[in-house]
Design a protein around this ligand. Structure first.
Ligand SMILES: Nc1ncnc2c1ncn2[C@@H]1O[C@H](COP(=O)(O)OP(=O)(O)O)[C@@H](O)[C@H]1O
Ligand SMILES: [Mg+2]
Length: 282
């Protein structure tokens, strides 16, 4: 079957494995379940897309794997494994050590996540100082190499800049460089290119592919943009109202969607083309 997952028969484990995940918000004693029984895997070297309209539970699913849910949200059922580690069993301290080290997070808006008062180079190298005990000088040299690896020109000079001196695309690339500092096995990106113009978006997507190819990282990529999924992803989960309604290879989802909701999403994006290996959809 062409839609079979390419890693399915290997003896390796998924990098990220979410099982039976449910998340509820509590407001005035009333609990509302907003993520329902989600099952999702990301294998090493795989870019997995999560699509679905706004409010379908994509961000909360991603944030749960980082244990960064909003204050009133609670995981009511399920498990989340990173390799052999059950993340929901870790203490906050253990989780903090693991974030940025084994899992990198690329948020939608880099500017909000960068520290405006810290030079870019220092920020990009900071995980190495904090997690690996690098000296300032060694972290700075590593940061310059990381900035070069995300294609920031004159990295040695640019490292001295503050975030507001960077364009939106450069800020997002700096965030990615920071995320890569510790060579994480899992990268979670939540609509990382939504705020960028089309050309810069294409550069960032290319960069994410390069990272996957070079580091064999597993990538969980959240987006509402089906065009991005077609370009980037290997496997897709479709979410609606907090539940996964369908999952499959990009080729299968785009050419033989099973669920009515998936068909509706595809129909709403008429200019869409499937990945080149399967030709145009329409
Ligand atoms: N901070 C919050 N407080 C209350 N409800 C929230 C909060 N964040 C999200 N929700 C609820 O959870 C649902 C899923 O949200 P989210 O995961 O952010 O959706 P998506 O990323 O797919 O747009 C939303 O429709 C909303 O009802
Ligand atoms: Mg979201």
């Amino acid at each position: 079957m062409s839609s079979e997952r390419k890693h399915a028969r290997t003896d390796r484990r998924p990098t990220l494995s979410i099982r039976g995940l449910s998340i509820a918000f509590a407001r005035r004693q009333v609990e509302t379940t907003v993520v329902k029984d989600v099952r999702l895997d990301v294998w090493p070297g795989e870019i997995v897309g999560v699509i679905g309209e706004s409010g379908s539970g994509k961000t909360l699913t991603a944030l749960s794997a980082l244990r960064m849910l909003p204050k009133h949200a609670r995981i009511t059922a399920g498990g989340i494994r990173l390799g052999d580690t059950e993340l929901l069993a870790l203490s906050q301290g253990e989780m903090r050590a693991l974030r940025g080290d084994r899992i990198a997070f690329i948020p939608q808006d880099a500017m909000q996540s960068l520290n405006p008062t810290m030079r870019i180079g220092r920020q990009v190298g900071e995980p190495l100082e904090l997690h690996r005990g690098f000296t300032l000088a060694r972290a700075r040299d590593a940061a310059i190499r990381l900035l070069e690896s995300v294609h920031i020109r004159n990295a040695e000079q640019r490292a001295k800049a503050f975030p507001h001196q960077f364009s939106g695309g450069m800020q997002q690339r700096a965030m990615i460089a920071m995320g890569l500092a510790l060579d994480p096995e899992l990268i979670i990106a939540d609509e990382p290119t939504t705020a960028l113009d089309v050309t810069v978006q294409a550069q960032v997507l290319k960069l994410i592919k390069e990272i996957r190819d070079e580091h064999q990282a597993a990538v969980l990529f959240i987006t509402h943009d089906l065009g991005v999924v077609a370009q980037l992803c290997d496997w897709v989960y479709v979410m609606q109202n907090g539940a996964v309604v369908e999952s499959g290879s990009v080729e299968q989802i785009f050419t033989r969607p099973k669920d009515d909701y998936t068909r509706m999403l595809l129909a709403a994006t008429p200019s869409l083309h499937a990945p080149s290996r399967s030709g145009a959809v329409t």
